[in-house]
Design a protein around this ligand. Structure first.
Ligand SMILES: [Zn+2]
Ligand SMILES: [Zn+2]
Length: 146
């Protein structure tokens, strides 16, 4: 199991280690939502995702219709996002992990919109916007090819 939590530790959750590809997304909304140069989120089957404590501390911001960004109402840490009314996956922010997670990202995406001060390492695939459909599959996202 991988364990995650917010900064103040009010909220803790876990999910199994088997995850698919994930990417570094350099688009402006990932930047805003994470407070960092890029977003790093992994798609976890919602049936396997378990909140261990702190459900009452979760607050939700609906950034666009049906896109529910969950964060801690005490420390403000962004934790995970649900997309749509009956989602199959929950998109978990890698920065919330307490467990060691050694899987490297599959690609950089939305590089055409990256911050001027963002200097990513280019030793992995890199795409101006969404990845080519046969190269990287981001489960549970709005990837238009899905
Ligand atoms: Zn917290
Ligand atoms: Zn993004």
């Amino acid at each position: 199991m991988l364990m995650g939590s917010c900064l103040c530790k009010d909220i803790e959750f876990q999910f199994p280690e088997s995850v698919g590809d994930y990417v570094y997304c350099h688009c402006p909304s990932c930047r805003k939502a994470s407070g960092a140069a890029f977003g790093a989120n992994i798609s976890v089957p919602i049936k396997t995702f378990e909140i261990l404590k702190g459900k009452e501390s979760l607050k939700v911001f609906e950034s666009s219709p049906g896109k529910l960004r969950h964060f801690c109402n005490r420390c403000g840490s962004p934790l995970f996002t649900l997309v749509g009314t009956n989602p199959t996956f929950v998109r978990v922010r890698l920065g919330s992990l307490d467990s060691d997670f050694a899987q490297l990202p599959a690609a950089h995406i939305f590089m055409s919109q990256k911050a001027t001060w963002d200097r990513p390492e280019l030793d992995i695939l890199s795409f101006d916007e969404w990845p080519a459909p046969d190269s990287v599959s981001i489960r549970g996202s709005h990837q238009p090819t899905e």
